[in-house]
Design a protein around this ligand. Structure first.
Ligand SMILES: Nc1ncnc2c1ncn2[C@@H]1O[C@H](COP(=O)(O)OP(=O)(O)OP(=O)(O)O)[C@@H](O)[C@H]1O
Length: 450
């Protein structure tokens, strides 16, 4: 397990310990947020996006156990390692029983800690997909756009949100904003004060998705080291958003249907029948009716989910929203990176308007993020855009056909930009992805003037 780039939240009331351990972990390429009490840890969650928390057991005020409980309420999937002092082993064992992934006793060697972190994250790797999706749901709200199509969408959302029980099926291409619409349906409904829980049905294998949705008893399957609370339970009173519902394996479709019909379910390995009141909003980028005729999706479930259909239009059908969104993202990423916003001169705007955006808003958002990192505060030129976006240039404006060297350079530029894009602008990860050293990546970026 690579620890490079992992985000660690370290909570310990002893400032020198936090300082020295933060330093040591940063040396290993990790991002560390060090805080001294429970409240600061909770405050740090939305910005630090930790992959793991290291929690000191003995702290004045809210102690390690209390801190773990509160962190769990905010980030149910955040794995935690408890740090205990010599003599506190019993308490540490209690903490593990209460859900901590592991514990270490002070003083410990750095290697021991690294081993412990990588073991925990390895076990948690599959679940992290889900926590990523949850995080995304928390950090993003608000639908931008004033095209006619967006106006209609907003009106529909307002009307449908008024009924807090009717099931909704959102359909539209990938990246069009279905998750945002689902969230808007929740925040505009009477369920707004309860949880909005998002699960990507394509992210996990069948057995884990059942445990993720309905919960699992300790030891119910290999790797179930602790009792898992299901997302359905967490969403009780609120909204459960099932993204990519078309990917839900057939046996689970039957279990979901049972839940939709009766409002009851069982945990994996459990015997009790449990109840939850949730509004289900599902989304798909596949033609579900076709999947039904092909036998990949249950017809009865399709009708149960499909009470109200809301189409989410592709970006290319939203007039000038593309410019509005580009400028919004430019301001957003400039603020996030602490740099000046990129500027989009008219020829670039023309291209943005004519590109068909197969990846929709997500593609545009990633492009603007990447440009902000590469060209902070600068005018973007047509050449800075990836090849497929440049291809949207009206034919009469296209430059004379390139020689092989230019074409190779373009291909290289595209590869580098794609790798950076897929790795959130993180150079070390992009280099690893490309199979070259960080130094080689830097040299290439410089040579291409990126
Ligand atoms: N109208 C919008 N205003 C602002 N941001 C938007 C808008 N639409 C989409 N986004 C952003 O674009 C990204 C993709 O949107 P989202 O995840 O909701 O798409 P999706 O349709 O659910 O995609 P998928 O089908 O791949 O899950 C998100 O970061 C989202 O915040």
């Amino acid at each position: 397990m690579m620890l490079n780039g992992i985000s660690v939240l370290l909570i310990d009331d002893e400032a020198p310990f936090v300082r020295s351990l933060s330093y040591a972990l940063r040396q290993q390429g990790m991002q560390v947020t060090g805080v001294h009490d429970c409240q600061s840890a909770l405050d740090a969650l939305p910005t630090a996006h930790p992959d793991i928390a290291l929690v000191d057991l003995r702290m004045p005020g809210i102690d390690g156990m209390g801190t773990m409980e509160r962190l769990r309420a905010h980030s149910p999937d955040l794995p935690m390692i408890m740090i205990s002092a010599h003599g506190d082993t019993r308490m540490a064992v209690q903490a593990v029983k209460a859900g901590a992934a592991d514990y270490l006793t002070k003083p410990f060697e750095l290697d021991e800690l690294l081993h412990c972190i990588s073991g925990t994250l390895d076990r948690d790797r599959l679940h992290s997909e889900v926590s990523y999706h949850r995080q995304r749901a928390i950090s993003e709200t608000g639908l931008i756009g004033d095209s006619a199509r967006m106006g209609q969408l907003r009106e529909t959302v307002a009307r449908v949100a008024a009924s807090s029980t009717a099931r909704v099926l959102l359909f539209g291409e990938s990246g069009t904003g279905k998750a945002l619409v689902a969230r808007a349906l929740h925040t505009q409904s009477s369920r707004r004060d309860q949880a909005f829980v998002e699960v990507n049905c394509a992210a996990l294998p069948e057995q884990l998705i059942e445990a993720e949705l309905f919960g699992a008893e300790r030891g119910a399957y290999t790797g179930a080291h602790q009792k898992r609370t299901g997302l359905v339970t967490l969403a009780d009173g609120g909204t459960l958003f099932l993204d990519e519902i078309g990917e839900l394996p057939l046996p689970l479709q039957a279990k979901l249907l049972h839940f939709l019909e009766n409002g009851t379910y069982r945990t994996v390995g459990g015997t009790k029948t449990l109840q939850a009141d949730v509004r289900v909003v599902a989304a798909t980028n596949r033609d579900l009716a076709k999947a039904v005729s092909a036998g990949g999706f249950r017809e009865d479930l399709f009708y149960r989910l499909n009470v109200i259909q809301i189409p989410v239009p592709p970006l290319r059908e939203r007039d000038d929203d593309v410019i509005l969104l580009a400028e919004h993202f430019a301001a957003h990423y400039a603020a996030q990176e602490g740099v000046s916003a990129i500027r989009l001169p008219d020829p670039v705007k023309d291209i943005l308007r004519s590109h068909p955006w197969p990846g929709n808003v997500r593609e545009l958002k990633n492009l603007i993020e990447r440009l902000t990192i590469l060209l902070p505060g600068r005018d973007v030129s047509v050449d800075d855009l990836p090849g497929d976006v440049q291809d949207a240039l009206p034919v009469s404006d296209s430059p004379a056909s390139d020689g092989i060297a230019d074409q190779l350079e373009r291909a290289e530029r595209q590869l580098l930009l794609d790798a950076l894009n897929q790795n959130g602008g993180h150079k070390a990860r992009a280099a690893e992805h490309l199979g070259i050293s960080r130094h080689a990546l830097k040299r290439r970026l410089q040579r291409l003037g990126l």
